[in-house]
Every structure is written in structure tokens, then in C-alpha cells.
Design a protein around this ligand. Structure first.
Ligand code: CP
Ligand code: NVA
Length: 320
């Protein structure tokens, strides 16, 4: 049973589908103005080592709509574990709040936080993974292409980065076909690729050939060429990734009803052109909206208390 949300690999296919159903239900309630204070009086601590628009606003609005509130800890000046150890941060937060969300450089920092905290920990992006993004995107994908992922092909065009890696993990649980088209040297981590190959029910491909990746694609997904923390590689990356720009010509090589997805923020004129971002196939702001609903589902699932006032994680820890 789910205690933390660190990687999609920690979830079964049914748990992912359960979260998506809950996200749909919370979205319906939110839109109809039906109160859903499922986390009444609970507090979420939010740790940010990196900037954010969507994650910051959707988690803070989300916990408020669920009847709780957020404390934003600006950690942009020092990394988690620098001022005091990660286990000690966990042991402190444990005594005050009901859940913690962390966006860090080091993936290990979030893993360590989850290990040492008896409150649930949510990965809100690390250098390695961005599972909240992909859960919200899966909700968006279902809305636009129906409930069954198995007949769909997602072509991820660009960098084999944290968002791409989370799509590979998703494909290790649900039968989505995923192809990454990237320049040589920018593939998704070998271990992530191998894990997806081993567990996937759909087809997993890594290629440098854009045309074959786009053929029969239902989804064209891209992300920035320069992720947060890679700014020094900016010039080099702009040169190397230029052929991978998602523009009208490239979109035309996919299925005629393919959708365009991007986690945002976008660098217009680099990985995507304005006409694609703002065009009829783009669902990027639906993705942004669903960050709210999907993350509310994650918080409800992890932080909901039983009759003794214990979350599932805390209850499990008491047993040992
Ligand atoms: N997509 C995403 O995580 O956006 P932010 O970096 O603005 O939170
Ligand atoms: N790959 C990007 C995603 C931003 C939401 C980054 O890590 O900066």
C-alpha cells in the first residue's frame, strides 16, 4: 500500500488507475462547487530547492481546497541536508505537519526524507524523476484519448530527462507504447530504460530517428532542452537539440489527430514553436490544470487519517 509518492514504480497499475479515478472525481467536485474537505485541518510542508509556478500554486491551492493549508519553505538558498541532516529535517517535520512535498536536485534527498519521516513524502521533481507531472498528464491523456492506454503511442521528442524517465516508469506499469527520440548522449538513464523494457506491456523504444518515432504517434511530448540546474550547458544543448524542435512540419508526421503535450514551462522558439503551443492539437494548459486535481488525489490518498487520527504510513510504522 502506498505510503509515499516518490516514484511511479512504488505503485501498482491498479493504484495508478485508482489515483486517476480519484483525480477525476475531485475535478468534478471542484468544478461543480461541491465541498471536498477531505484533509480538514491538515498541514503540508513544501520544500523548494528549485523554482516553480505550477507545482507551487497547485499544491498550495489543492491543500487549501481539501480543508488544509500549506507552509512554503523556501530552500533555494541551501540544499536539503546542508544546514542539518535530511533525517533530522524529517524527524522535525514529523512532529508538526501531516505531509511534506519536496522539489530537490538530488533524488536521494527525497528518498531519504521518505525513509526517515513517518509522515507521507511527495516527490515534486528531482533531477531524476517528476512523477506528479506524469500522473497529471495521464489524467489529461485519458480525457483526450479515452481510458485505455494500450492502443496509444507517445513519442517523447528531446531530452531523456526527469519527465521522460517518469513516462518510462509509467509504461512499466500501464500498457502505453513510449518512444524517445533524442540526440546521441541524451538518452534516458540506462537503468530506467532497462526497467521499462523488462516490465512494460507496451513497446519501449529509444531512437535517434525522429521520423520513425513520430510515425503513428498519438501524442507528441516535449520538454525544455535545458532542465533546472543545467544552465551552464545552455549553448551546447541549444545546438545539439535544434533538429528536435517540435514545429508544424514535425507535428504533420504524427497521426492527424495527435495531441501535443508539454509539462511547461516552455521555451517558445526552442523545443516548441508558437504555432504548435497555441495550435488546436495542444493540450498543455489542460495538463497544467490537471496538476491540481492529480496532486489533490495524491494528497488525499496518502494523508487521509483513520479513526485513530493516523495516516496509513504512520499506522504502518507504529506496528514495528
Ligand atoms: N511542470 C512543472 O512542474 O512546472 P513548475 O516547474 O512551474 O512547477
Ligand atoms: N525537465 C524540467 C521539468 C520542469 C518542470 C526540469 O527539470 O527543469
Amino acid at each position: 500500500m502506498l505510503h509515499d509518492f516518490v516514484t511511479l514504480r512504488d505503485l501498482t497499475a491498479d493504484e495508478i488507475l485508482g489515483l486517476l479515478d480519484l483525480a477525476d472525481d475531485l475535478k468534478r467536485r471542484q468544478r461543480k462547487g461541491i465541498a471536498h474537505r477531505l484533509l480538514d485541518g491538515q498541514t503540508l510542508a513544501m520544500i523548494f530547492e528549485k523554482p516553480s509556478l505550477r507545482t507551487r500554486v497547485t499544491f498550495e491551492a489543492g491543500i487549501f481546497q481539501l480543508g488544509g493549508h500549506a507552509i512554503v519553505m523556501d530552500s533555494s538558498q541551501s540544499r536539503l541536508g546542508e544546514r542539518e541532516s535530511v533525517p533530522d529535517v524529517a524527524r522535525n517535520l514529523d512532529r508538526w505537519v501531516d505531509g511534506v512535498m519536496a522539489r530537490t536536485f538530488s533524488h536521494e534527498a527525497v528518498v531519504e526524507l521518505a525513509e526517515h519521516a513517518s509522515i507521507p513524502v511527495i516527490n515534486a521533481l528531482t533531477d531524476k524523476l517528476h512523477p506528479c507531472q506524469v500522473l497529471a498528464d495521464a489524467q489529461t491523456l485519458r480525457e483526450h484519448k479515452g481510458g485505455d492506454f494500450s492502443s496509444l503511442k507517445l513519442a517523447f521528442v528531446g531530452d531523456g530527462n526527469n519527465v521522460c524517465a517518469s513516462w518510462f516508469n509509467f509504461a512499466a506499469r500501464l500498457p502505453l507504447n513510449v518512444t524517445l527520440a533524442c540526440p546521441k548522449g541524451y538518452e534516458v538513464e540506462e537503468e530506467i530504460h532497462a526497467y521499462a523494457q523488462q516490465h512494460a506491456k507496451g513497446e519501449i523504444v529509444v531512437t535517434h530517428d525522429i521520423e520513425s518515432a513520430l510515425k503513428d504517434a498519438d501524442v507528441i511530448y516535449t520538454d525544455v532542452w535545458i532542465s533546472m540546474g543545467q544552465e551552464e550547458e545552455s549553448d551546447k544543448r541549444k545546438r545539439i537539440f535544434a533538429p528536435y524542435q517540435v514545429n508544424a512540419k514535425l507535428m504533420a508526421q504524427a497521426k492527424h489527430d495527435a495531441i501535443f503535450m508539454h509539462c511547461l514551462p516552455a521555451k517558445r522558439g526552442f523545443e516548441v514553436t508558437d504555432d504548435v503551443m497555441d495550435g488546436p492539437q495542444s493540450v498543455v494548459f489542460d495538463e497544467a490544470e490537471n496538476r491540481l486535481h492529480a496532486q489533490k488525489a495524491i494528497m488525499v490518498e496518502l494523508m487521509r487519517k483513520d479513526d485513530d487520527g493516523l495516516s496509513r504510513k504512520r499506522r504502518a510504522r507504529l506496528k514495528f
